[in-house]
Design a protein around this ligand. Structure first.
Ligand SMILES: CC(C)(COP(=O)(O)OP(=O)(O)OC[C@H]1O[C@@H](n2cnc3c(N)ncnc32)[C@H](O)[C@@H]1OP(=O)(O)O)[C@@H](O)C(=O)NCCC(=O)NCCS
Length: 345
């Protein structure tokens, strides 16, 4: 640490000391330099940064202190213009704990209030329980479990075989077929699907929490997301009812939905790609079949020699079953929950 940095490290900024301005393509390297180690090498921002700049519904901000980039935050307007989702928040390691994140959040809110009068709420995802101070501002909408495994290239075939062997229902023999865009829209025309499958009506794709609105579905269709949807099978219900106390349990729906975000490369290196699979529904047999078929599809999309870190986001009632399902594959225990919070502005 040189003398300049020591002074920098000791200074405590007031809001006036922090300049927040729009982020541009030229700021990429500096934003990456404050992002080292974020999410233990499975950060999405290196891949998303330039895509996000092209998105007319998104605004990206930098915080500068003493001429250096010390923070990044963005929001994207969704739900047909009434909600902004905050994403990408990070503060340089040596500036953490001094209110920079709070200043950036306030900047986003100020910008929304001035430029997006129709936006009445902000939403965000989190991987840790919110602090009491956050809970005084945000309400918790939903919490899902996260199960994750790492599959280097040379273990992919073995893992797919192992999971195929474990999926014993009719699903295993009859592959799920990815939905076409028309089929995606028609699944959600049935309002029972939204109510039965999506707690609080939230469709969360790769940490982006959306309500069911046609404009949101169209947004997801542009992203190359792989959608599987399945309904009742006899074997599904048989196993489901055997494994539950049927007298007082909430009747489980055998309808199931999964969204696979195409794998993308992450800073971890060694050809590793992050692969997010969002699962909706409570039927364990269906969940396993969806994971298997999403994995097969994800592996098909990988470049030669690539491996994956696979994150499964599911209802908490499926956590034990999915952990068991993945036994024998190396866990990648980074996060264990995905929380969605919302605040009216
Ligand atoms: C999380 C992180 C951005 C916090 O930055 P920070 O500058 O140390 O945080 P602050 O000192 O401003 O204090 C936290 C304030 O920001 C808010 N905040 C902190 N983390 C937040 C989060 N993930 N989402 C929303 N608000 C958050 C808190 O409510 C708090 O506001 P308050 O002072 O009114 O209570 C920082 O630790 C970081 O960069 N971590 C690595 C990347 C990361 O984990 N990002 C979080 C994505 S969920």
């Amino acid at each position: 640490v040189n003398t300049g940095e020591a002074v920098f490290a000791m200074s405590r900024p007031t809001p006036q000391d922090i300049q927040v301005r729009p982020a541009t393509a030229r700021d990429y390297e500096q934003v990456m330099s404050i992002s080292e180690g974020v999410y233990s090498g499975v950060d999405y921002l290196p891949v998303r940064y330039h895509e996000w700049l092209e998105d007319p519904k998104r605004r990206m901000f930098l915080a500068k202190f003493d001429g250096r980039v010390v923070g990044f935050e963005s929001f994207v307007v969704v739900d047909a213009g009434v909600t902004a989702v905050l994403q990408g928040l990070r503060v340089s390691p040596r500036m953490r704990g001094r209110g920079v994140a709070g200043i950036m959040q306030q900047t986003c809110i100020d910008n929304l209030q001035s430029n997006y009068p129709d936006v009445t709420r902000i939403r965000l995802t989190r991987l840790e329980e919110p602090t009491p101070s956050m809970l005084s501002k945000y309400r918790m909408l939903h919490s899902k479990a996260v199960v994750s495994v790492i599959l280097p290239h040379d273990q992919l075939d073995h893992a797919v075989k192992l999971l195929k062997h474990r999926v014993q229902s009719a699903y295993g023999r009859r592959p799920l077929v990815a939905l076409t865009p028309e089929e995606v829209l028609s699944v959600f025309e049935n309002s029972c699907t939204a109510e039965g499958l999506l707690p609080k009506g939230l469709l969360i794709q790769g940490w982006l929490p959306l309500s069911i609105h046609r404009s949101n579905l169209e947004l997801l269709l542009q992203r190359g997301v792989v959608w599987f949807h399945s309904e009742h099978s006899e074997e599904t219900s048989a196993k489901t009812s055997k494994s539950r106390n049927t007298s007082d349990a909430i009747s489980p729906s055998s309808e199931f939905l999964s969204l696979g975000t195409p794998p993308y490369s992450v800073p971890l290196g060694d050809g590793m790609h992050r692969f997010d699979i969002d699962l909706f529904g409570t039927d364990p047999i269906a969940a396993e079949a969806h994971v298997l078929h999403q994995l097969i599809e994800g592996v098909r999309l990988l470049p030669t020699g690539g491996g994956v870190i696979c994150f499964l986001y599911a209802e908490k009632s499926l956590e034990a079953e999915l952990t068991h399902f993945c036994q024998g594959i190396t866990p990648f225990p980074l996060w264990n929950k995905q929380l969605v919070l919302e605040q009216d502005i």
